[in-house]
Unconditional design. Sequence first.
Length: 176
Amino acid sequence: MPLVSRYWYPARRCMTLRVWPDRRRVPAALCTSIRLHRARPRPQIGDVAPPKPPVSWTGEYLHGGLGGSVPKAVRVAPEDLMTSASTVDAHADTMRSAHATAQADIEAAHNGVPGGSAVALTAAVTKWQADSTAMFAQMVGHAEALRDGARVYVQVDEQGAAAIDSASDDVVDLGL
């Protein structure tokens, strides 16, 4: 499973995402980085106090520390996003069951613990249960975001194809 790190540079108004091929830290030359810059539209002449414009992102693809612009053709495989979502769901279920088993084992061992330690152990188990629930919810949220991304990509791709088809029909109708 790849390791992803994120660095935010407030002064430069950019964020760098770095992906390592596996969980080990390897030299930067072997990892893939993407730098995202906040881009704001230019104000128009005559604008007195324009409302705060929405933030959009422009990017650079950095491979092995070498900069370059993002290629114009973006290739997305929605099936891969759906597969990744299923994998995240499976990991979430595995994590949830492993944590539940560990917490049950701790609670079962609770009987032989002296009074003060039992109170501390109960507090720790309660915190661990809350943390486990939060991690599970976050993983399920990530899986759902992957599914939503796949659905939206397919939908936008189909809308773009329909727009191209209708534009080609209009060109034919012009008699050219």
